[in-house]
Design a protein around this ligand. Structure first.
Ligand SMILES: Nc1ncnc2c1ncn2[C@@H]1O[C@H](COP(=O)(O)OP(=O)(O)OP(=O)(O)O)[C@@H](O)[C@H]1O
Length: 639
């Protein structure tokens, strides 16, 4: 990619050779001014004031003043020439990113990229100014030193060369470290940008320890990168001391020797003026400008010229373990106006390809090579024994966990990429309600205020109306501790219903509701226009209602309608049989092996965090077709 940037850069400059010539021409005026910086005071001293001819001295000082005016005119023209070089670059980059933004229909990414174009433009302009100024100033100063006395060149030249050489040698390693630091810094910022708005969700899902560990890792990475950069930065300072400050010391120390060999006092003063007024500032600008801005430009350009966004190229196989990224309930906070506002609808709402996930590097996988496609608008029930991985699956879909291998896509976009933000909402078993009004609680996942009519319609659909009336309407104050667990779940469900996320993941989110209330809520989600529903079911009725069922049971994992699974899956039949014959304190059996009354005997909130209870591991195999639901089959069912 860096080579490509170099190639594109050279082509860009070659086409604009006329601008470069103009830039060089005006820069020569600056060279003339630099020349006069030392030469005019030297002549003013030697031929004027020291020779008893003050008018000559004043004349040379006037020439120096004129030189400053001429140099200033040259600098003004240089700015115009730099603009002629920089603005076309900006236009080219803007064209490129706008085309990409339109192609990918991603307004958020587009705004970020156009901001980076401005950074690229400013940085490029700064680099042109700094490197050009160093070149022409150095030429002017060296010619001036030579004109005053070649011996002066002998004193100033070698340390200057050594300093520039040292700087050039550190340029590559420094740029690499600078880039590593920038990448680490951005990764940390991105992480904090995802975590901070979702802190409440993180707490609600008990994921604090994991989220903190992920952030710690990023902080450590940035710290290491910053230290390494600082170590190399020392060499940069050394190059400045060698090339810019040592010549001053040498000129002072060698003054008697120089004067003995015929160097005039004026020439000595002129040489000091060259070093302190021209060479040192020019070198300083070069070292600081080229050192940091150069690598920033490369990083930004690399991002701007690549063809695909990280989102479309992201490959979750890079990740070496769970790395939580997003809050439990997340929605697009960038101001999208509906489920299809910023994304084209995709026929497959959710797809998993060869997904494997284990909680630790040495643990057996909880999900093993799982393939699954859920079409948009479908209603899927996920069932299986306690501890088999149902919550883990929803956490993978929510982007809370990253697969060790394989990809999870929501609406065709990698679930951990920015394109999936706002596309799915996960409602865990432990619903949270915040202190505030009911309307505030219900609108938490919306970037815009929820109109009251819409809020009431959602309450009606999900079954919140009795609670809403009991509390005194949407503006009533809510005391979270005073609500029952079921009432809190109704609030969380209505909040998710109101979100713009087309994919709703209910991870035992209705476990505290009675069967009728659960049915009403599930049917409401299933009927959301353009909505897709995935329910971790804990009652047989829930599985029956769904238009397809994923039975997770290690090698006997199966996928089909309830009837198909009853016919073809022994483990599903066994599960249903167990529910039907098991003791139940409810009006119908719940979907848990070993405890037919409640399914959540093992894990707490969907993501148990460190406090998760350990149960026997059963690996999950691949999904089978309903027609081949024997144990251990590996066929993939499409939609
Ligand atoms: N944070 C964690 N760290 C380590 N292991 C975990 C963690 N969370 C879950 N597990 C383990 O992963 C396996 C799957 O857990 P998961 O909660 O996904 O199962 P489940 O099918 O949802 O169970 P339940 O129906 O009881 O909620 C279990 O063995 C569990 O102990």
């Amino acid at each position: 990619m860096t080579e490509r940037i170099h190639r594109l850069g050279l082509r860009f400059l070659r086409v604009r050779w006329r601008v470069l010539v103009r830039l060089g021409g005006w820069s020569v005026l600056e060279t003339a001014q630099t020349f006069l910086t030392g030469y005019a005071p030297a002549r003013a001293l030697d031929a004027g004031f020291l020779a008893g001819r003050p008018e000559v001295g004043l004349g040379w000082l006037a020439v120096a003043g004129l030189g400053v005016l001429v140099g200033a005119y040259g600098t003004a023209r240089v700015y115009a020439a730099v603009a002629a070089l920089v603005e076309p670059l900006r236009d080219r980059l803007v064209e490129r990113v706008v085309a990409r933004g339109v192609r990918e229909a991603d307004a958020g990414a587009l705004s970020g990229l156009t901001q980076q174009v401005e950074i690229a433009r400013d940085t490029f302009a700064g680099l042109v100014m700094v490197s050009r100024s160093f070149l022409f100033t150095t030429v002017g100063a060296l010619v001036g030193l030579f004109s005053l006395d070649p011996l002066l060149l002998l004193v100033v030249g070698p340390p200057l060369l050594a300093g520039v050489g040292l700087f050039a040698a550190t340029l590559g390693p420094l740029a690499r470290r600078q880039e590593t630091f920038l990448v680490a810094d951005e990764a940390l910022a991105e992480n904090l940008g995802a975590v901070c708005p979702g802190l409440r969700d993180v707490t609600a899902s008990g994921a604090e320890t994991r989220i903190a560990a992920g952030t710690d890792t990023r902080i450590d990475t940035e710290l290491r990168a910053a230290r390494s950069l600082a170590r190399w930065g020392v060499l940069r300072v050394a190059s400045l001391a060698l090339g810019g400050q040592l010549p001053i010391v040498l000129l002072l120390v060698a003054a008697p020797w120089l004067l003995d060999r015929g160097v005039t006092p004026g020439a000595l003063v002129g040489a000091l003026a060259y070093v302190t007024q021209s060479l040192l500032p020019a070198l300083n600008n070069l070292v600081h400008g080229l050192g940091s801005s150069g690598s920033r430009l490369v990083v930004v350009l690399r991002r701007l010229v690549r063809e695909k966004t990280a989102d479309t190229t992201a490959d979750t196989t890079d990740h070496d373990g769970p790395a939580p990224q997003a809050p439990t309930e997340d929605t697009d906070s960038t101001g999208s106006t509906g489920p299809s506002a910023s994304h084209a609808p995709h026929l497959t709402a959710l797809s998993l390809a060869s997904v494997t996930f284990a909680y630790g590097p040495h643990s057996a996988p909880v999900i093993d090579d799982l393939d699954l496609d859920v079409p948009a608008g479908a209603h899927l029930a996920v069932v299986g024994p306690s501890g088999i991985g149902k919550s883990t699956l929803t956490a993978l879909v929510a982007g809370l966990l990253r697969p060790g291998r394989g990809t999870v896509r929501v609406d065709g976009r990698p679930v951990t990429g920015p394109g999936a933000v706002g596309r799915r909402v996960l409602i865990p078993q432990e619903a949270y309600v915040v202190t505030g009004t009911l309307a505030e609680n219900l609108g938490l996942l919306r970037p815009d205020p929820v109109p009251e009519a819409e809020l009431l319609a959602a309450a009606e659909a999900v079954g919140l109306v009795p609670l809403l009336e009991a509390l005194g309407g949407p503006s009533a104050h809510v005391d979270p501790a005073a609500l029952s667990a079921g009432e809190r779940q109704l609030v969380a469900l209505t909040r998710a219903y109101l979100s713009y996320a087309p994919l709703a993941l209910l991870d035992e989110a209705t476990c505290h509701l009675d069967p009728a209330a659960e049915e009403r809520a599930e049917r409401a989600f299933a009927a959301r226009p353009g909505g897709t529903l995935v329910v971790v079911a804990h009652r047989i009725s829930s599985a029956r209602r769904a238009d397809r069922v994923l039975m997770m049971d290690g090698r006997r994992t199966a996928y089909g309608t309830h009837e198909e699974l009853v016919r073809g899956s022994t483990s599903y039949r066994a599960l249903v049989g167990g529910w039907a014959s098991g003791p139940s304190r409810r009006s119908e059996p719940a979907l848990a092996l070993g405890d037919p009354d409640r399914v959540d005997t093992v894990a707490g909130p969907g993501l148990a965090g460190d406090g998760g209870h350990v149960v026997a591991h059963r690996p999950v195999g691949q999904v089978q077709t309903p027609g081949d639901l024997g144990d251990g089959g590996t066929l993939r069912r499409q939609g």
